[in-house]
Design a protein around this ligand. Structure first.
Ligand code: ZN
Length: 139
């Protein structure tokens, strides 16, 4: 069995953002030379997500609106967590909804996606450096 570990770094300009990271994951798979295996991609921070869905801008706006309805950023004093001096309780809740990681099969050296599937990084407390782990195993 072979394996490859990569760390991707993100520093979004806005507090919340969605980034299509599929091209970066494809680069990692190429580098690994793995033809048949599994690819794990996970956010390494508890206020960011990795998820799979459609690469469609309207949908991403819908996600943002939906997440803000469920866990609005302000007023920040509505959250117990923010009594610690932080202001990112909403980001922890949004991350929980959008998930920590994805696992995708690698078949014939490529991500074995369903139609329209792409991998996204979801940022909910950005404007600072954060990492995503990519772990690829197989042969
Ligand atoms: Zn926090």
């Amino acid at each position: 069995m072979n394996s490859l570990t990569d760390y991707l770094t993100f520093n979004t300009k806005t507090r919340r953002a969605f980034v299509n990271i599929t091209p970066q994951i494809e680069k990692s798979i190429k580098k690994s030379n793995i033809i048949d295996g599994l690819c794990l991609v996970n956010a390494m921070h508890i206020t960011a997500s990795v998820f799979i869905n459609d690469n469609e801008k309207g949908l991403h706006k819908d996600y943002d609106k939906w997440l803000e309805e469920l866990a609005p950023h302000a007023p920040i004093d509505q959250y117990e967590h923010n009594k610690t001096g932080e202001d990112n309780a909403d980001a922890h809740l949004k991350r929980q909804l959008m998930g920590r990681e994805v696992v995708v099969a690698i078949t014939n050296g490529k991500l074995d996606f369903g139609p329209w599937e792409q991998i996204f990084y979801g940022e909910f407390d950005g404007r600072r450096q954060k990492r995503v782990l990519v772990k690829i195993i197989g042969e």
